[in-house]
Unconditional design. Structure first.
Length: 273
């Protein structure tokens, strides 16, 4: 998945099977919220390193190919590197914190997106927002990846035809501006055509969401348990204990969460066999 292939993302979410797929959408979004809260309150590099390791475990638990995970997770990290490099004058601590925070949230988000069909995610959003706004977010989500893929194809065409040359920066920037304008006009035209088709087919606000509500499942415990431990550690919960017991407590909590995960995954494998 060298580009943002929406079809591959949908395939991972609907066709693959893992313990993360078996958890309910509510539990996965709650686990993501706990992970984001852990990242927000963390200000220590070592703690964020542990959170990034936990988020990586969640992403790998989705059983998506490592190549796909890397191509999707590293894109926001590359974008954040511009901000991180601008803060390097004050030392390496702040840039490393920025990169770790972005990487952790990116991996956590992928663990949800690659294991949950998009209509289930946006159905939950529909409970918090007006139906028209929720539908707009859904269409924007799909249009974002489609336009990124089209932008990659147009950029490749521009490069192959000599439209971008380092020796002629002014002309190259002018061509890039024309490409950007083409994408904006094309996006507006596609959105209008899609809206017209939806109106002809009887679209009303909220009708493109499939109403799915999943109750409690035993497979919800592992992601919620692991992210709860991560939030406890990021809040400094281990500091409530004597200094000599802090590493032991953190290790026991992490080991307990992982053992619980493996036990539930074994149960899920037996039930789905």
């Amino acid at each position: 998945m060298t580009r943002f292939d929406l079809g591959r993302i949908d395939y991972h979410a609907t066709q693959r099977r893992s313990l993360m797929h078996a958890a309910s959408p509510q539990a996965k979004l709650a686990a993501l919220a706990l992970l984001v809260a852990s990242v927000v309150v963390s200000t220590r590099v070592e703690v964020l390193g542990l959170l990034a390791a936990g988020a990586l475990f969640l992403a790998l638990a989705s059983r998506a190919p490592i190549r796909d995970l890397a191509s999707l997770a590293l894109f926001p990290v590359l974008m954040a590197s511009l901000l991180a490099l601008s803060q390097i004058r004050g030392g390496w601590t702040l840039p490393v914190l920025i990169m770790l925070k972005v990487l952790t949230v990116s991996l956590g988000t992928l663990s949800v997106v690659l294991c949950t069909p998009y209509h289930e995610i946006f159905h939950l959003v529909n409970h918090c927002l007006p139906a028209l706004l929720a539908d707009s977010l859904l269409m924007a989500y799909r249009a974002f990846f489609i336009l990124l893929d089209r932008a990659g194809r147009v950029w490749a065409t521009l490069t192959l035809r000599g439209g971008w040359q380092a020796a002629h920066p002014v002309r190259s920037l002018r061509n890039a501006a024309n490409v950007l304008g083409l994408l904006v006009v094309d996006a507006a035209d596609r959105v209008q055509n899609l809206y017209d088709v939806m109106r002809v087919r009887g679209y009303r606000a909220g009708t493109i969401q499939r109403h799915v509500w999943v109750g409690w499942r035993p497979w919800n415990i592992p992601p919620l348990g692991l992210t709860s431990v991560m939030l406890f550690v990021s809040l400094g919960g281990e500091n409530l204990l004597p200094f000599t017991l802090q590493p032991v407590t953190a290790g026991l909590l992490t080991a307990g969460a992982l053992l619980l995960w493996l036990r539930q995954e074994a149960r899920w494998n037996r039930s789905s066999a």
